[in-house]
Design a protein around this ligand. Structure first.
Ligand SMILES: NC(=O)c1ccc[n+]([C@@H]2O[C@H](COP(=O)([O-])OP(=O)(O)OC[C@H]3O[C@@H](n4cnc5c(N)ncnc54)[C@H](O)[C@@H]3O)[C@@H](O)[C@H]2O)c1
Length: 334
């Protein structure tokens, strides 16, 4: 049974301060759905709330709560604060959307950034599902929406860039969500579940992830910039003589390119997600690029991690910008 009307329902949305989370808050509130969001960035949540209320019917409630979803204790406190703020014991929708990129190399990256990425992208989904399950069970209808990625079925952003923590987390999100379908059908049939697999969406996730991991261009030390210069030079980029400030600007430019040159906007993505939930679909691919990668991985799985796989995708006009802004290829190589 799918939930077709969100008016008067209560949705919990993690990572509501920016990107797809912000657009989910706005679009659901515009339908008269009450929303409780969390994020690390309180100023961004204030902005999201103002934007959402400006388009929402009178009486729609939008609350914001600071919570780091990689910390189970903070999630418990978030859950308690949501139920108190909305004077209820139940919620209808849980969007586990918060996420960051990072922890690329299992071999070379610090354990701390690997585990932070995994604990946000997987731990946040798992612990929010645990914490909010009683409130979903208490509702007359419920739906869990877990955001995975194309990296939930293809563990790569190209042959030159390790991508282990994020991929491991997003595969876990997808597997957990798919297994929940049967569990919920047997044990809580009034609750549905969807897994969202976006392709390249135009958000500030590259810049925001840098801040969360202490790796923004402003936070990086001169030694870290030097290591990055060496890595970029090893991929063939002529950066060997660039001063630190130019490397910092290159990082900023890549984050802007990722946001500004994506084939799908955050607002379009949120709309696809909401309509997918309304239609009762468990499997929500977002963007034409996501559909192409899904098809290519299924049709030739053995080839998925060979360099030619990415070339075939780019020949079909997909993922060029994703590869460039993550440093997996340069325009001259393609
Ligand atoms: N943008 C893409 O191309 C893309 C593709 C596939 C999947 N995704 C996934 O979509 C989801 C949303 O990403 P986005 O692109 O909108 O990114 P975004 O950076 O625009 O928004 C993510 C929000 O989550 C918040 N956040 C990060 N860590 C948090 C934490 N520990 N606790 C609470 N909030 C936290 C950030 O502050 C930010 O406001 C993520 O799970 C991401 O992995 C994004």
């Amino acid at each position: 049974m799918s939930m077709t009307n969100f008016s008067g329902r209560l949705a919990v949305i993690t990572g509501g301060g920016a990107g797809m989370g912000r657009e989910l808050v706005r679009q659901l509130a515009a339908e008269g759905c009450h929303v409780a969001m969390c994020d690390l960035n309180e100023a961004n949540m204030t902005e999201t709330r103002e934007l959402a209320l400006a388009d929402a019917p009178t009486g729609t409630r939008v609350s914001s709560h600071r919570c780091d979803v990689s910390e189970p204790d903070q999630i418990q406190a978030f859950r308690d604060a949501v139920l108190e703020a909305h004077e209820t014991d139940h919620i209808h929708l849980l969007f586990n959307n918060a996420g960051i990129g990072g922890g690329g190399s299992f071999v070379k990256d610090p354990v701390a950034s690997w585990e932070k990425t995994f604990n946000i992208c997987w731990g946040g989904v798992y612990h929010c599902c645990r914490a909010f399950l009683p409130a979903l069970l208490a509702a007359d209808a419920g739906h869990i929406v877990n955001t995975s990625s194309i990296n939930g079925f293809w563990a790569s952003i190209g042959p030159q860039t390790p991508h282990t923590a994020y991929s491991a987390a997003k595969f876990a999100v997808k597997g957990f969500s798919e297994a929940l379908i049967t569990d919920l059908r047997i044990n809580a049939p009034h609750i549905g579940v969807s897994v969202v697999m976006p392709g390249h969406i135009g958000t500030s996730i590259v810049a925001n992830s840098g801040v969360v991991l202490g790796r923004s261009p402003e936070q990086m030390t001169s030694d870290e910039i030097g290591d990055l210069r060496d890595q970029l030079a090893a991929t063939g980029l002529p950066v060997g003589n660039l001063p630190d400030d130019a490397i910092r600007e290159l990082i900023r430019q890549r984050a802007r390119d990722f946001r500004d040159n994506a084939p799908t906007s955050a607002a379009e993505a949120a709309n696809v997600i909401i309509e997918g939930v309304r239609a009762g679909r468990w499997r929500i691919l977002v963007g034409e690029d996501a559909g192409i990668v899904d098809h290519l991985v299924r049709s030739d799985p053995e080839a998925a991690y060979e360099p030619g796989f990415v070339t075939r995708m780019m020949e079909q006009g997909h993922l060029q910008q994703l590869m460039e802004s993550t440093g997996s290829t340069t325009r001259s190589e393609s």
